[in-house]
Design a protein around this ligand. Sequence first.
Ligand code: ADP
Ligand code: ADP
Ligand code: ZN
Length: 214
Amino acid sequence: MKILMLGSPGAGKGTQAQWIAKKYGIAHISTGDILRVNIKNETELGKKAKIYMDQGLLVPDDLICDLVINRIFHLDVVNGYVLDGFPRTLSQAEVLTAALDQSDVKVDHVIYIEVPDAKIVNRMSGRRVCLVCGATYHVKYNPPKVEDKCDICGGVLILRDDDKPETVRKRLDIYHAQMHTLIDYYNAASILVKVDGTKDIDKVFQDIVKILGV
Ligand code: ADP
Ligand code: ADP
Ligand code: ZN
């Protein structure tokens, strides 16, 4: 099963992708997580990407596209994957489609989680992420069992630098500038399904499972 997650920053893509990956036994590929690990390890990619990420800007396609394409053709994703954070622009979607077409592979579902901007800033200030395994929490809506400690791997949870309200607003603006064309693109292929992301996390997940099947 191959799934793409679309939606604004903070819509719940990562949270739902984590649950989907677990239920269906597929890989969770998050471009944000991959970039953050590169920043932590001070790789060349990480150094370049950080400049954009800190400002709430998208990193350029040449830094991200090859990385994702290599990842989704890697052997450990034979069962499939849920791609979270890619594509974010029409040109990224076209690169992805071209790469999949070449191997005669198709995306099964594109899930678009819809949440109004007004709810997002509040969500982001409470978001905590594990830099070790990428798990996502919220201090109020999805708290870890032990404060600031990852339930899955015991890693320390952090507030991301780019989750400050002013950077979040900038990311939302960039999202809105890109997303309509992306949504139209997948709508035209009749594989896009919209989900109401304002419901509780488990309710959103139930709606997604109805789409994906048991
Ligand atoms: P969020 O969970 O808020 O949607 P991510 O963790 O997916 O954010 O991404 C964090 C940052 O990483 C983005 O603001 C952007 O700078 C960069 N990034 C992640 N995915 C992409 C992508 N597909 N194209 C360009 N930049 C990306
Ligand atoms: P994205 O990957 O789309 O940026 P996340 O999955 O990281 O979004 O979610 C952003 C924040 O909102 C996290 O702190 C997460 O725990 C919380 N969250 C996710 N889904 C919901 C929901 N349905 N209701 C309330 N909070 C949520
Ligand atoms: Zn962890």
